[in-house]
Design a protein around this ligand. Structure first.
Ligand SMILES: [Zn+2]
Length: 396
């Protein structure tokens, strides 16, 4: 089959076009696979998802290229296109614009990183609202800030972006960034020109015509990744949307904390300190309640079974140590609920008791898993509170 004419190569801002249907075949799920003589739909490739839009009024849900032929998967109830028909295609304009902003932004960043630090872009993913770039060298936040400044300077300079196929003899004289070692049919994307040439890179994707179209480049989080860094980045409309979302969150938080937006961190730190102080107060109150509870407990010749609220192992052991002298047989401290079961520590009120002998019986009576020494047992019981209390009563 003859190669599909790549209208996006000739004009990246062509969003509506007319072409002739060359073939229509059934695709998976009852959809159609349509080949045209020419298309403005950019197929999936180079880290970029395929363009979306409509062909003849029906949704284009996938675009793939094989051996120079571009296949459109068209979602349709019934075949409506025939070979030889003219058909009108419309791209999702804003989606494509966002991709071009992000992809051209990626070239600018990769160009700067290569120029200033000699690192290579070894991974690029352009998703919806999230762009990642992987470099084979480590960068600091300070360096990323400088890269971001330089990138936005290039945007503000409104430099031309040119995509073309250089003749082989011209290609041989050019220095450029490239993922693959191609020698023919190499499409070059240049940002800037002459002394303002900022980047030259082999790339098949559609790009903006002018860096000013990108609007803004914002580098977000970065992590150390495979000996280098992975950077999250947003450009243009995606960056604006992200800013709007963050602004809304910041405004809401500032209002809830009753502080100015510029004092959000101070306001949060103050709240965190208050929570910490309240936790301390709650801890002290619990200690007081515990002491009062223990002092009101009559000493018993039998067993004690107590329930602790926090589930904190240290608090439970502390309670156990204070309660043990109040009884002569077993002393259990449980924490949890009937639904999720109870964590427990069990001590002895008399040093002659060997708790290890009770482990098997407790496991059976309280559906428990645990173990310990002759002085103390611990574990988890899948039993109800009433069942636990009833078991301890058998020692009274
Ligand atoms: Zn590219």
């Amino acid at each position: 089959m003859i190669h599909t004419r790549r209208l996006f190569d000739e004009n990246s801002h062509l969003f509506d076009f007319t072409a002739t249907v060359l073939s229509v075949d059934p695709a998976e799920d009852g959809n159609l696979s349509v080949v045209l003589d020419a298309t403005a739909f950019f197929p999936e490739g180079g880290g970029q998802s395929p363009d979306t839009g409509t062909l003849g009024g029906c949704s284009v849900i996938d675009v793939q290229e094989r051996d120079g032929v571009i296949y459109h998967t068209v979602k349709t109830e019934a075949p409506f296109l025939a070979v030889g028909d003219p058909v009108v295609g419309h791209l999702d304009r804003e989606v494509r614009l966002r991709k071009m902003q992000n992809h051209s932004g990626e070239h600018i960043i990769s160009g700067i990183v290569h120029r200033l630090y000699g690192y290579t872009n070894v991974g690029f993913h352009l998703g919806c609202g999230d762009v990642t770039l992987d470099f084979d060298g480590v960068l600091t936040r300070q360096q990323l800030n400088a890269i971001e400044d330089e990138a936005n300077r290039i945007i503000a300079a409104c430099l031309p972006v040119k995509a073309y196929y250089p003749a082989p003899e011209v290609l041989a004289t050019l220095t450029y960034r490239a993922k693959l070692d191609l020698t023919e049919n190499v499409r070059m994307v240049e940002i800037g020109q002459e002394e303002d040439m900022m980047d030259r890179c082999a790339c098949c994707a559609p790009h903006v015509d002018n860096t000013g179209e990108i609007g803004i480049i914002k580098l977000l989080d970065f992590i150390h990744y495979k000996g280098g860094v992975r950077i999250h980045m947003l450009c243009g409309l995606d960056a604006l949307e992200d800013y709007r979302r963050r602004y809304t969150d910041v405004a809401l938080l500032a209002s809830r904390l009753s502080v100015k937006q510029s004092e959000l961190v101070t306001g949060f730190d103050r709240l965190a300190a208050e929570i910490e102080a309240q936790k301390q107060t709650i801890f002290e109150l619990r200690q007081t309640i515990l002491t009062m509870t223990l002092s009101s407990l009559p000493e018993t010749e039998g067993s004690l079974c107590l329930f602790e609220e926090t589930g904190d192992a240290n608090a439970m052991r502390r309670l156990l140590n204070q309660a043990v002298p109040k009884c002569k047989k077993l002393c259990g401290v449980f924490s949890g609920d009937d639904e999720n079961g109870y964590r427990y520590f069990i001590g002895r009120g008399d040093a002659s008791i060997d708790l290890k002998q009770y482990n098997k019986e407790i496991s059976a009576a309280l559906n428990a898993k645990g173990g310990g020494s002759s002085e103390m047992l611990q574990g988890r019981a899948a039993a109800a509170k009433t069942q636990i209390e009833a078991y301890f009563k058998t020692f009274s």
